[in-house]
Design a protein around this ligand. Structure first.
Ligand SMILES: Nc1nc2c(c(=O)[nH]1)N[C@H]1C(S)=C(S)[C@@H](COP(=O)(O)OP(=O)(O)OC[C@H]3O[C@@H](n4cnc5c(=O)[nH]c(N)nc54)[C@H](O)[C@@H]3O)O[C@H]1N2
Ligand SMILES: Nc1nc2c(c(=O)[nH]1)N[C@H]1C(S)=C(S)[C@@H](COP(=O)(O)OP(=O)(O)OC[C@H]3O[C@@H](n4cnc5c(=O)[nH]c(N)nc54)[C@H](O)[C@@H]3O)O[C@H]1N2
Ligand code: SF4
Ligand SMILES: [Mo]
Length: 729
């Protein structure tokens, strides 16, 4: 480990190097100035580079370690992607290591599923058993009879590799609970999924995203810089008055589910008032005539009725947006608001961006740049005796093969259709806490012969498993390198080395997969160590290892704008497809057509999900440092509605949906529309080994219905209606 220490002198040297490079570098950033000027004080600690893992952003950090204990986590000022920032959750990462609720050793279920009776067993026994059970499943139900699920992580690739050599196509990631419909829409418009260059934008419409709370780097930092230093205008559409709404120039509490009407009305104004660049559109896009015809019906007046936003505001926003183009954008969002026509909703976002001519230009949407990391290839064996398609295949027309759809997979398993699945290995994802309709996940788990969960905490998914294996936290493990991108921040590479020795009996996922492979005669596919794997990854990046050791990050400078000059787009027409030819061939609407959302039934509310800067999905409610900010979750309910229902602030309410009932405190507020209610995720775990989250507040996943986007199978998490009543004592 000592090789990777940074001495205080090196750190000073690194800081001044950074100062020199930032001045003339490609991205001179307001957001960085502060971090750069921060005084470095003499300290008794050693400093070690790593990258945060409290969410997927992987912000560069410097761990301050004293006597083998992490005392503090600081941002790495050289890490351009996060603009030298480490958020509150990043700071609270220390708790990941020292949480007394951490999983400490392998545990085998003793009682009924979910009963919470466990027996500590030695690693060898645990691995023998997992391998044997996986072998049994493979023999009884064929290789595809085993499901693998892995969340965001650098070791996730090893779970995928294992599944492939084991012979199962059934791998799901968190992504079908997150952003695949968004990716689909942008991919099918521009031929690839873009990065938003908000730093150089003059006008940003943030619709169904909450960038100042749901942090995405560098966008969250850049948006602030663009607004404060470059006069960028921010217009936010959200049924809730979020922190992003509060900091915006304009907030419109849009009626949930009507975003497409708003976007089509913007397109209507831009086209009918000829506010676009005709030459750019003619050269780069396909389908302007069809689009013009299609959006005739979607006038600002039409959208005003649907969205509850005045027509004159919609028309004005369209004109302002077009005037700022091409340095203007509909922010693509990530998870955003999700409905059963999510892909089409996001297509409408993408189409307006197309009309703005912002592709591949400053302040617009940027293409991905290759970082140059090499993969480590392998030839997976072919099993003749197997099912030939994913269990969730053929249910929706445009699913991503690698991500699958968790909700469709779960339905298929429950119905044993098209075939049986009886084994599940889960790594670093918690579908019990993040997939809608928790009871259905329990039903699915009850069907399984054997479930192994690799986690750092006793998540609810672990709680219902057969075997639970303790994983190393990100501050204790070696990770392969990861290539990161983000708007005009250069494409970069990070790695993680342990900053402290691993605690208890925790082991990294890679070792677990390798040990399982060895026990199942698949060892040849894991015949390397992480350092060897990394060496291979960095093979074509000169001095990368050295630079990573020196700076904690490696940049591969490349052209940022104009990448598509003289290049064709990866679409059927080889242009930006306003009108999608492939969709037409497949019987999918080639242009997004608006259908109003299902009306909220009388005396009910639409339950919407969203985030807070102090929590990450289901995984931080039990982090004591973060729990201080949100000791419990509350139900946001509009003041006028609460009064009608006789509900006082802080009172316990009963919330019922078609799939579940929960109780929690009401937060009576004007920060939400009358037709919607909202609560944070991650509370009221069933696992009693999450002391702060168990039995505290409400589980939103117990309430959410499991509808999904009909194009990709992405969970549509905003289609649940609930009743809210005072709890009768
Ligand atoms: N209700 C609701 N549902 C949602 C969302 C929401 O906001 N609300 N968000 C959606 C979105 S956008 C996403 S991306 C998904 C995310 O869904 P998940 O992938 O389930 O993400 P988390 O809830 O963060 O759960 C991560 C799990 O990994 C474990 N973990 C953390 N660090 C480590 C580690 O180092 N090693 C190991 N082995 N385990 C670790 C945590 O203990 C936790 O059990 O959820 C989606 N579902
Ligand atoms: N602090 C923090 N940051 C995070 C994460 C985290 O858990 N915590 N998770 C990360 C991940 S994995 C992701 S995917 C991103 C997600 O980041 P975002 O895509 O920004 O997702 P949300 O925070 O869910 O924001 C969605 C917003 O849409 C609003 N909304 C609901 N229905 C509608 C509607 O019909 N129309 C409109 N216009 N708005 C609607 C909700 O009130 C909510 O504020 O955040 C990332 N960053
Ligand atoms: S945004 Fe915050 S939690 Fe996410 S990686 Fe960065 S510092 Fe960590
Ligand atoms: Mo996500």
């Amino acid at each position: 480990m000592s090789d990777h220490k940074i001495s205080r002198r090196d750190f000073f040297k690194a800081s001044s190097l950074f100062a020199a490079s930032a001045v003339g570098g490609p991205a001179v950033l307001g957001g960085l100035k502060k971090a750069q000027a921060a005084p470095v004080q003499a300290a008794p600690w050693e400093s070690r580079f790593s990258a945060c893992d409290m969410c997927f952003n992987k912000c560069g950090l410097i761990a301050r370690v004293e006597d083998g204990v992490v005392k503090k986590l600081d941002p790495n000022p050289k890490f351009l992607k996060s603009r030298g920032m480490l958020c509150a959750r990043g700071n609270a990462g220390i708790r990941q290591v020292y949480d007394p609720d951490r999983l400490k050793y392998p545990m085998l279920r003793k009682g009924a599923r979910g009963e919470g009776k466990w027996q500590r067993i030695p690693w060898d026994e645990a691995l023998d058993m997992a391998a044997q059970k996986m072998q049994e499943v493979r023999e009884k139900y064929l290789p595809c009879g085993h499901l693998f699920s892995a969340g965001t992580d650098l070791h996730t690739q090893f779970v995928g590799r294992f599944a492939e050599v084991y012979g199962s196509f059934n791998v799901t990631s968190h992504e079908s609970l997150c952003l695949v419909s968004n990716n689909r829409a942008f991919l099918d418009t521009f031929g690839e999924v873009p990065f938003a260059d908000v730093l150089h934008s003059k006008y940003v419409i943030m619709c169904g995203a909450n960038r100042f709370e749901a942090l995405v780097t560098p966008d969250s930092m850049d948006l602030m810089t663009a607004m404060r230093e470059h006069g960028c205008k921010l217009v936010t559409l959200d049924p809730r008055y979020t922190k992003t709404a509060a900091l915006s120039d304009e907030w419109h509490p849009i009626k949930p589910g009507t975003d497409m009407a708003f976007m089509l009305a913007l397109a209507h104004v831009i086209i009918h008032e000829k506010l676009y660049d005709p030459q750019w559109i003619a050269e780069k896009t396909y389908g302007i005539e069809q689009l013009a015809e299609h959006v005739k019906q979607y006038t600002p007046q039409f959208a005003a009725e649907e969205c509850n936003i005045p027509a004159e505001d919609i028309a004005r926003i369209a004109r302002e947006l077009a005037a700022a183009a091409p340095s203007a954008m509909i922010y693509p969002g990530r998870r955003s608001s999700d409905y059963e026509d999510s892909t089409q909703i996001r297509r409408a976002f993408a189409i307006v961006n197309g009309l703005l001519g912002n592709w591949d230009r400053p302040g617009g949407l940027l293409a991905a740049r290759a970082v140059g990391l090499k993969g480590v290839p392998y030839d997976a064996p072919w099993y003749d005796d197997n099912h030939f398609e994913r269990v969730d295949g053929n249910k929706v027309p445009m699913m991503f093969e690698h991500e699958g759809s968790f909700l469709i997979t779960r339905d298929a398993i429950l119905a044993d259709d098209p075939y049986e699945i009886r084994g599940w290995l889960v790594y670093k994802t918690n579908p019990m806490g993040t997939a809608p309709n928790r009871q259905k996940t329990i039903e699915m788990m009850n069907k399984m012969d054997f479930i192994t969960v690799i986690d750092i905490a006793m998540s609810d998914t672990a709680w219902f498993a057969d075997l639970v294996l303790p994983s190393q936290s990100y501050l204790e493990r070696y990770d392969p390198c990861s290539g990161l991108q983000g708007s005009s921040a250069c494409a970069c590479v990070v790695k993680r080395d342990p900053v402290v020795d691993p605690l208890y009996e925790s082991r990294p996922c890679f070792d677990i997969m390798k040990d399982l492979a060895n026990r199942m005669e698949l060892g040849e596919y894991f015949d390397f160590t992480i350092p060897e794997y990394r060496e291979k990854q960095l093979e074509e990046l000169p001095h990368a290892e050295e630079i990573l050791d020196r700076d904690g990050v490696y940049y591969n400078p490349s052209k940022v704008y104009g990448i598509y000059e003289g290049k064709v787009y990866k679409t059927l027409s080889k242009k930006i497809e306003l009108y999608n030819q492939r969709y037409e061939k497949m019987g999918i609407d080639p242009l997004p057509s608006y259908t109003p959302p299902v009306k909220v039934p009388k005396n009910q509310f639409r339950l919407i999900i969203g985030r807070d800067a102090m929590t990450t999905q289901s995984s931080t409610a039990n982090n004591s440092l973060l729990n201080e900010f949100n000791p419990t979750n509350t139900l946001w309910i509009n003041t006028a509605k609460a009064q009608q229902l006789g509900i006082a602030n802080g009172e316990t309410v009963v919330v019922s949906s078609p799939v579940g009932t929960q109780e929690l405190q009401a937060e009576v507020t004007d920060r939400i529309r009358e037709d919607a209610v909202y609560m944070l995720t991650g509370y009221n775990t069933l696992s009693t080994m999450q002391h702060l989250a168990h039995g505290n507040g409400a589980s939103i996943n117990e309430l959410l219905v499991d509808d999904y986007d009909t194009v990709t199978g992405n969970a549509s998490m905003h289609t649940t209606f609930v009743t809210v009543t005072r709890k009768v004592a």
